[in-house]
Ligand binder design. Structure first.
Ligand code: SF4
Length: 390
């Protein structure tokens, strides 16, 4: 049975991502680039991002910007005056009138009525909240700042301010979580009727506090079979509640797929601004340094902060297959042949045939190769085998 029920239909577009690398405190599992220095360098940082936008505006010269995403870190930690200046600066550089989705990531405890009101005034129409769990003892254990009550209040505050396009992030496989408690978290998330839910399995990233706790034997990993059960429960409950499973980790009510994230999966160009941000133009990847002072210093000196990497044909094939196969749209094998040649196409078709025989993949009515429900549960190994070593 196929559970990827929807095919998304997204026109060609470009997106802008802005990294806001500030957090009020560090969560124990997180290895994203962020610092606690907003009061110290927040102003300089916003000025640097706007200056970088000006320097790099030509990279999107031929594109219509359709999405803008303020990610982090914790963008809701940016003082409102700086957020307003950032938006004003970006609007002065880019034509943002055609932007259909303008998202900001937020921590639930920052989402208070005044903040929500200003978002509306700034034209921000989507909020993605890092909720992670509705169990307060787990939230405390992983050093999240918020409580489950604050999530409920945050959703209400956003709706009162007219922002209904709300996304919630959850994590399964957290220490101390059980299948029953995860089920309760998913049910409580659904009860809030967010338009979008993303859910990720916990990974123990080397160097994080949680990773050290596991190394010292202070936390035990949730067994893999239990994580798979949690993922299955998530899928079942969300499908039963009318959500579409449009990407392995992403679910939405009809019409509310994340347009910005879809651009990553659709090979659409995007410009990443700010420290640690990446950009992609279909051929070149650009990486800004994950270092605040280095980033601000380079931009102040009028130099590009990024390093460039040109992806090989093989790497671009791998990326296309990996990202497409994670989505409900799957892989367009004909286009694979056009874009990467006979050899890559033959490799894909040959390996896929084995997965089709095992019921892990199928070819849909549009001739696209998609994962079945069984395939989704084994997606890592399916995708690994489809990679192309020239
Ligand atoms: S708030 Fe987000 S970015 Fe900041 S430490 Fe926690 S998980 Fe990482």
């Amino acid at each position: 049975m196929i559970i990827f029920a929807t095919v998304f239909d997204l026109m060609a577009m470009a997106g802008i991502y802005v990294h806001i690398p500030f957090c009020a405190s560090r969560c124990s599992y997180c290895d994203f680039f962020s610092t606690l220095r907003v009061s110290d360098v927040g102003r300089q940082y916003v000025d640097a991002v706007v200056a970088e936008a000006l320097m790099r505006r030509d990279e999107l010269a031929d594109e219509q910007v359709k999405t803008l995403y303020l990610g982090g870190g914790t963008p809701s930690q940016l003082p409102l005056s700086l957020l307003a200046d950032l938006m004003k600066g970006l609007r002065a550089v880019f034509d943002l009138d055609g932007v259909e989705e303008l998202t900001i990531e937020a921590n639930p405890d920052d989402v208070v009525p005044d903040w929500c009101h200003v978002l509306s005034e700034l034209g921000i129409n989507r909020v993605s909240m890092g909720v992670q769990s509705f169990e307060d003892d787990i939230l405390r254990f992983i050093s999240r700042r918020h409580t489950s009550r604050q999530v409920i209040d945050a959703v209400a505050a956003l709706r009162t301010a007219g922002i209904d396009n709300i996304s919630i992030d959850l994590i399964f496989g957290l220490p101390g979580q059980t299948v029953a408690s995860w089920t309760d978290t998913v049910r409580r998330a659904i009860a809030l009727e967010p338009r979008h839910i993303s859910a990720y399995g916990l990974t123990f990233e080397p160097g994080t506090r949680l990773w050290h706790q596991r190394e010292r034997g202070e936390v035990t990993e949730v067994p893999e079979e239990q994580c798979l059960e949690m993922y299955s429960i998530l899928i079942r409950l969300l499908l039963e509640s009318g959500y579409e499973h449009y990407e392995i980790s992403n679910f939405s009510l009809p019409g509310y797929q994340s347009r910005h994230n879809s651009s990553y999966w659709n090979d659409t160009p995007y410009l990443g601004l700010g420290a640690a941000a990446h950009s992609y133009d279909g051929r070149l990847r650009r990486y800004n340094p994950a270092d605040l002072d280095q980033y601000i210093g380079a931009v102040k000196a009028g130099k590009p902060a990024f390093q460039t990497e040109e992806l090989t044909l093989c790497e671009r094939y791998d990326e296309r297959v990996m990202l497409s196969l994670r989505t409900a749209s799957g892989v367009d094998a004909e286009k694979l042949q056009t874009d990467f040649g006979e050899e890559a196409w033959r490799h894909f078709i040959t390996v896929s045939r084995g997965f089709i025989d095992r019921g892990l993949m199928l070819v849909d009515a549009q001739g696209r190769y998609v994962l079945t429900q069984e395939g989704i549960m084994l997606s890592d190994s399916v995708i690994r085998d489809l990679m192309w070593d020239e």
